[in-house]
Design a protein around this ligand. Structure first.
Ligand SMILES: C[S@@+](CC[C@H](N)C(=O)[O-])C[C@H]1O[C@@H](n2cnc3c(N)ncnc32)[C@H](O)[C@@H]1O
Length: 213
């Protein structure tokens, strides 16, 4: 789950939420290696969008209103136990209550309630598709997801790629025969973190996939 939560007091003023969304946008730009200009006026999809903060941030900053959020956990009945790997619906809705109505309407209008392995949209309709910390339970699921995202988008980005999951992505990509893919890894997060027992070097990459010819 995301480590940073929106301001949580019910009486939070709108401008505090707006400022927080601005920080979230900067964070996404850093970890996915893009600028406002890369995102401007693009048709974008985020999978596993959680509380849809990325879409809210892009709309709030007037960078793009063509930003779609895919989140399967919104299909879970309120109060029901979520499926393994899904977020809790009440947490997903927390940010929505804080958003100015115009932004909330825009984000809700562009929400897709589905899993990333079967997206109910036509081929090639997004300029950019991103997935941040979206869980998978098998190589088969990951390969199916990558094929589906390359079907709907031209530029597909996953973050974070670490020493723990890089092998999974590499072997999932190797199994994809149907689509030639151009593969790029960029390190976007690197730091020395004090942990129990010493300093640990943290390195996280973004994986960028583009359809080859
Ligand atoms: C760990 S959270 C990450 C949320 C957000 N992307 C972030 O990093 O802040 C994983 C999200 O992926 C969603 N999710 C789980 N399985 C999924 C699937 N098969 N397709 C799309 N989203 C999925 C969960 O409901 C949850 O919102």
């Amino acid at each position: 789950m995301p480590e940073r939560f929106p301001p949580s007091t019910p009486e939070t003023p709108e401008n505090e939420t707006t400022r927080w969304l601005g920080e979230e946008l900067k964070h996404y730009e850093e970890i996915f290696s893009f600028s406002d200009e890369d995102l401007r006026s693009k048709r974008i999809l985020e999978i596993g969008a959680f509380d849809r903060r990325f879409a809210a941030a892009l709309v709030s900053a007037n960078v793009s209103t063509e930003v779609f959020s895919l989140e399967p956990a919104l299909a879970v009945e309120s109060g029901a136990e979520p499926k393994k790997g899904y977020a809790r619906k009440d947490i997903l809705m927390r940010l929505m209550d804080r958003l100015p109505e115009k932004i909330r309407d825009e984000v809700e209008k562009h929400t897709i309630v589905a899993e990333a392995e079967a997206i109910p949209v036509a081929d090639g309709i997004y300029d950019l598709v991103i997935g941040k910390s979206v869980p998978y339970s098998s190589h088969k699921q990951l390969a199916k997801r990558i094929i589906e995202l390359l079907r709907v988008g031209r530029d597909v980005r996953f973050y974070p790629i670490t020493s723990d999951n890089r092998g999974d992505y590499e072997s999932a990509i190797r199994t994809i025969k149907s689509t030639p893919v151009i593969i790029e890894y960029k390190t976007t997060t690197e730091d020395d973190m004090p942990m129990d027992g010493g300093i640990v070097h943290i390195k996280e990459d973004v994986l960028i996939l583009r359809k080859g010819s």
